[in-house]
Design a protein around this ligand. Structure first.
Ligand code: AMP
Length: 303
């Protein structure tokens, strides 16, 4: 089924205990699309400014099944920029700066050929922008969104409206607690579903993910990685969502067993992302390396 993602494409500066990277390609949409493209076709709706480096665009275009017809390069505008620094344990990070740039302007237009998209992923950006995007996809059958602490802090009402219009929400554990004002993740997940979505996936970093669905629950660990394999967690959440949604699009199903398997594909995608700064880890991935790691993950988690 046709998959489209809307969200941010930007330029990141990242510091981790493994080193630092300046001016690397980043953004919620970027990591999502790169990961999803390893499982099937994905359409991109995003906007960058005229400072967007040509080498970033060609790197993005080199992913096997990314359709960039919906990527607008806006003259006279600045690309979204984000900087972050990870704590030594790589689980927590501090945002050093967020320059919204072109994201403060009108959202990008959606190409006519995208309007038949059946599966819509609203990658992290302002919830009002996420909600506005839905009007462009009248044939949507499944809508899943991501969000983050910033929007819970400054756009809670818009987020509340968005939650009533989506089927699934993906967010991390601290955000789930912040959104619901609960400290227990099982209760937080149920409380989120009371706000609108049918299912919720709570990401727990190196501790895996938890799915709350009307037909039941599921938990998956993260891929066991040693310290040398953990270089930069930036984009792991978006890549996780890309792997997950890529699998749902490939199967055309959204029942509990399929979402559970999709979480495993998300885990595999994220394990590639974390191995290098920026998109380097996903650039090194192939359909074969994804499958090989998926099989290994399955054997690790089955009992
Ligand atoms: P993740 O590590 O999966 O949470 O995603 C990190 C990516 O999100 C980075 O590449 C950033 O460019 C992007 N990002 C950071 N802050 C925001 C924001 N407020 N809205 C949208 N994207 C963001």
């Amino acid at each position: 089924m046709s998959l489209v993602v809307t969200g941010t494409i930007g330029i990141d500066s990242v510091q981790t205990s493994s080193g630092s990277a300046e001016g690397v390609m980043g953004g919620s949409c970027t990591y999502f699309a790169a990961a999803a493209s390893l499982l099937g076709p994905v359409r991109v709706v995003a906007v960058v400014g005229d400072d967007w480096p040509a080498e970033h665009e060609s790197a993005l275009a080199s992913f096997p099944q990314i359709d960039l017809a919906g990527l607008e390069r806006r003259t006279g505008s600045s690309t979204f920029r984000w900087g972050g620094k990870y704590h030594d344990d790589m689980n927590e990070r501090d945002t050093l700066f967020t320059d919204l740039g072109v994201l403060e302007e009108a959202p990008p237009p959606v190409p006519d050929q995208y309007t038949d998209s059946k599966i819509v992923f609203l990658a992290n950006t302002h919830p009002a922008v996420q909600a506005g995007m839905l009007a462009h996809f009248p044939n949507r059958e499944l809508v899943v969104a991501d969000t983050m602490n910033l929007w819970i802090d400054i756009a809670r009402d818009d987020l509340g409206s968005l939650l009533q219009r989506i089927d699934g929400l993906v967010l991390n554990d601290s955000e789930a607690c912040q959104l619901t004002e609960r400290s227990n993740l099982v209760e937080a997940a149920a409380a989120i579903c009371d706000m609108g979505p049918t299912f919720v996936v709570i990401k727990k970093g190196e501790h895996g993910a938890f799915l709350h669905h009307p037909d039941g629950q599921a938990v998956l660990p993260a891929m066991p990685l040693d310290a040398s394999q953990v270089v930069d967690p930036t984009g792991c959440g978006d890549s996780f969502a890309g792997g997950m949604m890529g699998h749902l699009a490939a199967t055309g199903r959204c029942d509990l067993p399929t979402i559970r398997e999709a979480l495993a594909w998300g885990t595999v995608a994220a394990s590639h992302t974390i191995a290098e700064f920026g998109l380097g880890g996903l650039q090194a991935a192939t359909e074969e390396s994804m499958r090989e790691r998926f099989d290994r993950f399955r054997s690790i988690t089955s009992f």
